[in-house]
Write a protein that binds this ligand. Structure first.
Ligand code: UDP
Ligand code: MG
Length: 331
């Protein structure tokens, strides 16, 4: 996220974005729960349920919620938007679709399985408005999930993300987050990147706050993720680290690696050459020779990569007319 490409005005106060993948059982309970909280809040809202290619009755359940003849039904008739993906694209893609479609000033993301508690929304919103924050992020301080398979990897990931992105949150993985419209509309999401939005967005200097929230056990269905997510999060972290620190100056990263590698290779080569010239040593069979050659080749590769990176970055900014700065407001 580098700049603000989207400048239209919001039409509502609140957009709730729910990624839904096989959550039929949970939706029946969870959506009325959200509506209840938002009715008390009394501000115009919409709920955008993104069905991420569910294979159960999730869509039927969402439709049924809208068609009830009760008061809840007529409310949902107005406020519930059902968006169906053609296939399963993943939670991050569902968030991205929600961000694109949202019409509210505040875009609130949550899990559709009921693990997040809608009762936390009013306090988060209040903080957001009073503190002029751009993102208010939930922190599941008492998580209800198993330690070894879920909380431990997530603890490690949180530490690493904090260290390498400079945006210090306790819990990046919590889905319950409120984004200001401008952030939601201007962030580009790929892979598992949704947990890195605060870090990516910090690149343009936004304000992030964290609020302890309630974490509840999942009622129906099971988690869509396992340990393999940790590996993907780790790889994404590398990407984010690069994007945050070197996007505008790739040569400084690759060039440095190239100089180090090439320099070391050159020095070894020189040393061997001197041995050969002055001592008459036989260097052809020495492993050190191979190392020197390898390091020189790698060094040249890195330098070339840096140059290519510089060219790519120029296209990235210039083709899209992206400014290399971000303005908060003009007064
Ligand atoms: N989800 C999704 N697409 C997927 C996987 C998950 O939309 O491919 C949704 C899922 O329905 C839930 C949220 O993303 O609303 C988080 O998923 P889950 O609860 O399985 O993850 P966990 O809370 O266990 O980390
Ligand atoms: Mg969940």
């Amino acid at each position: 996220m580098q700049s603000l490409k989207y400048t239209a005005q919001p039409e509502l106060d609140i957009s709730i974005v729910l990624p839904v993948y096989n959550e039929a059982g949970n939706l029946k309970i969870f959506i009325p729960e959200i509506v209840h909280v938002l009715q008390i809040l009394g501000r115009p809202y919409e709920i955008i349920a993104i069905d991420d290619g569910s294979t159960d009755d999730s869509v039927a359940t969402l439709r049924a919620l809208k068609q009830q003849t009760s008061e809840m039904g007529s409310e949902l008739q107005q406020c519930l938007r059902i968006v169906r993906f053609r296939r399963n694209f993943g939670q991050t893609a569902a968030f991205a679709a929600g961000f694109d479609l949202a019409r509210g000033t505040y875009v609130i993301t949550m899990d559709a399985d009921g693990q997040n508690d809608p009762a936390d929304i009013p306090a988060m919103l209040q903080l957001m408005e009073e503190g002029e924050y751009d993102i208010v992020s939930g922190w599941r301080h008492e998580r209800k999930e198993p330690f070894l398979s879920r909380r431990l990897p997530s603890m490690l990931a949180n530490r690493m993300i904090a260290k390498s992105t400079g945006v210090v949150l306790h819990d990046y993985g919590c889905s319950l987050k409120i984004y200001h419209w401008q952030v939601a509309k201007n962030v580009n999401l790929y892979g598992e990147l949704h947990r890195f939005i605060p870090a990516l967005a910090s690149g343009i200097g936004i304000r992030v706050a964290e609020v302890p929230v309630n974490d509840r056990p999942r009622r129906y269905g099971k988690s869509k993720y396992n340990l393999s997510r940790s590996v993907r999060v780790l790889l994404d972290l590398l990407t984010v680290f690069f994007l945050l620190n070197y996007l505008a100056r790739p040569m400084q990263l690759f060039g440095l690696a190239g100089l180090l590698s090439g320099g070391l290779g050159g020095a070894l080569g020189l040393y061997l050459t001197l041995l050969k010239l002055f001592m008459g040593a036989d260097i052809g069979t020495r492993p050190l020779l191979w190392l020197a050659v390898l390091l020189i080749i790698i060094g040249v590769q890195f330098l070339m990569m840096g140059l290519l990176g510089e060219m790519l970055v120029r296209t990235y900014y210039e083709v899209q007319d992206k400014p290399v700065y971000a303005v908060r407001a003009e007064e």
